[in-house]
Design a protein around this ligand. Structure first.
Ligand code: SER
Length: 597
């Protein structure tokens, strides 16, 4: 079964069970300061899991591109990926455990759908602790479907609890489904959660969202219980194709083969080469998706751009290890583009951006790489004499600053020589020099869910007021190009050919503050997208929309298509102030603004 077939089957199955298909979201979360990338299918749905009404109803299904960078250093083994696709179905206060598990079982085992032999299926459920009881309910459903107790495992929170990936948000016990690959048991503890030998392959997770975790650590029951499930496409295809590793499937084989040809090596013949081939295949697949996203990110030294840079540079270095000394990233990238342009049309639309940016970054890096590696090799003999066998932070920083070596790459080079790096020392030098910390390089290694604190919500409403005020002051050519909100400030990108004058800025502030002072009501209505547009509602063209959308109206002032959430009245938002107005890119201006309480 191919990924395209699996995607279609999954969606067809859940549509036949009364679900509405919704479009997946961008890889770059909007209005979420806690995370750099979309990490799971549920991520864009957090507001709805917390109680917002979804315009498409209470049963939803989709496929979603996801990136998890926490595992980036594990990539190279036969299992880990930084980019993957997740299939999901959601109940927003509709069905709960019993129906969710029954549907999962039917889709997995029915001949009409995936047709896995039920004998190969093992499941895990939550063992219970002080926060939530043992999940006997889910276990009973699995038993009623014929799964014997010997293949139902009760595991603690670290295995069978999902979310919140950040500090706060929806979460609850989950039930994971594993396929037995038929490998020999690795020992007496060979079982899901007991070992990691790869015999049991997790492919799906049903999460029963029952709680909202608060900042103080308490778990408050959600008024409306929800279900969030996630099936990994790459992993499921691996099992359907009877393979042991995702890299053995037709998703990765063409990439491994093409890069292998460039290096005159064959995948599967030499473990060290295989590691490099897998790193290149994984990283260029991920980098292509980041570059191909409509909310485009370019390689840089902060946030998502830093992750992108790191992925590209690590791929180039492993290419060199394989003996490839010319620019080659376009070859695997083109395969990725062609493989995914149908389910993700943005990959086709943005193909030239993907290829050009990869080429530019590869070029930039190659220019300094040779010199940097020589420098590094010169340092090694002395460093090996040092009893701690540790590279001082300032040296790691110099390699970063002068030769563009991401610190993680130096750590990897160091490990190849039996050395470690002084991370703390490096970070101190790094922070001092670039004040990177705020922007989130380290945030990249944590997961996180949307922060719907009061301030974020108010800033979201302020963004709508600002958007309208810009139209009133500058004209109707203003188009939203992006928006990003943290708990401290909003940032808004829009088309406008020149710098705003001080008078224009003051006028925009005045209009927004006037709308706040008038304490306008904020109301929401669900309507077809076409009707919303006819009514003059603004819509951000970078977003994908359902057929029915939510339209937020702020008194007589603004009307905009948006997922929410928003304040219910503008009166208590505070005083709006524009801190900065600057160029973002050609023809695009960027405003940074705050609400002073
Ligand atoms: N959110 C859950 C996961 O990522 C199910 O989608 O596993």
């Amino acid at each position: 079964m191919t990924p395209n077939e699996l995607r279609k089957k999954y969606i067809d199955f859940f549509v036949s069970k009364g679900h509405k298909q919704i479009p997946g979201s961008s890889l770059i979360p909007e209005n979420d300061p806690t995370v750099l990338f979309t990490t799971a299918g549920m991520h864009p749905l957090v507001p709805y899991l917390l109680g917002e009404a979804h315009p498409s109803g209470t049963r939803l299904t989709d496929y979603q591109k996801c990136i998890r960078t926490g595992d980036i250093d594990s990539v190279g083994d036969a299992l880990h990926l930084t980019f993957f696709e997740m299939l999901g179905n959601w109940s927003l206060g509709d069905y709960f455990k019993e129906e969710a598990i029954r549907m999962s079982f039917e889709f997995l085992t029915s001949k009409e759908w995936l047709g896995f032999d039920p004998e190969r299926l093992s499941v895990t459920v939550f063992a219970g602790d002080e926060d939530a009881p043992r999940d006997e309910e889910s276990a009973a459903v699995w038993r009623s479907l014929g799964i014997p107790d010997s293949r139902i495992y009760f595991l603690p929170k670290e295995d069978n609890w999902w979310g919140p990936a950040g500090e706060t948000g929806p979460c609850g016990p989950d039930s994971e489904m594993f396929i037995d690959t038929g490998k020999e048991p690795c020992g007496p503890d060979c079982r899901p959660g007991g070992c990691s030998c790869g015999r049991f392959f997790e492919i799906w997770n049903d999460v029963f969202m029952q709680y909202n975790k608060r900042k103080d650590g308490s778990f408050v029951p959600l008024e409306r219980k929800c279900v969030d499930t996630g099936m990994g496409i790459e992993r499921t295809v691996t099992m359907m194709q009877g393979k042991k590793s995702v890299y053995d499937t037709e998703i990765f084989q063409p990439i491994l083969k093409a890069v292998g040809d460039l290096a005159s090596v064959v995948y599967g013949e030499n473990e060290e080469n295989d590691i490099s081939l897998r790193i290149i295949a994984d990283h260029i697949r991920t980098a292509s998706f980041i570059l191909g996203d409509d909310r485009g990110v370019k390689p840089s030294n902060v946030g998502q751009g830093y992750i992108l840079r790191r992925l590209i540079r690590r791929a180039v270095r492993h290419g060199r290890k394989l003996g490839i000394d010319t620019n080659f990233l376009a070859v695997p990238a083109q395969i990725v583009i062609d493989m995914y342009r149908e389910p993700y049309p943005e990959m086709g639309r943005n193909a030239s951006v993907i290829l050009e940016e990869l080429q530019k970054e590869e070029e930039r890096f190659r220019q300094t790489l040779t010199k940097g590696l020589q420098e590094f090799e010169k340092l090694v003999p002395n460093l090996l004499k040092n009893p701690q066998k540790m590279i001082p932070g300032r040296v790691v920083f110099r390699l970063y600053d002068t030769f563009g070596f991401p610190a993680e790459m130096t750590a990897e080079l160091a490990a190849e020589h039996g050395l470690t790096v002084d991370r703390e020392g490096f970070e101190a030098a790094f922070k001092k020099h670039q004040e990177l910390s705020k922007q989130g390089a380290e945030k990249a290694f944590k997961g996180g869910l949307a922060d719907h604190s009061e301030m974020t919500t108010a800033l979201h409403t302020a963004t709508h007021l600002l958007h309208k005020a810009l139209h009133m002051v500058l004209g109707d050519h203003v188009r939203q190009m992006g928006s990003n909100i943290t708990a401290e400030r909003l940032r808004f990108d829009f088309t406008h050919p020149e710098k705003m004058t001080d008078e224009q800025i003051a006028r925009v502030e005045e209009l927004v503050n006037d709308a706040i002072r008038r304490d306008l009501p904020v109301t929401m209505e669900v309507m077809p997208l076409e009707k919303a547009k006819d009514e003059g509602a603004y819509a951000f063209f970078g977003d994908k929309y359902d057929a029915d959308v939510k339209v937020y109206t702020i008194g007589d002032f603004s009307k905009e298509v948006c997922g929410g959430p928003h304040v219910s009245r503008t009166g208590t938002m505070g005083h709006f102030k524009i801190q900065k107005e600057q160029s973002s890119s050609s023809g695009v201006r960027r405003i940074r603004a705050i609400l002073e309480k």
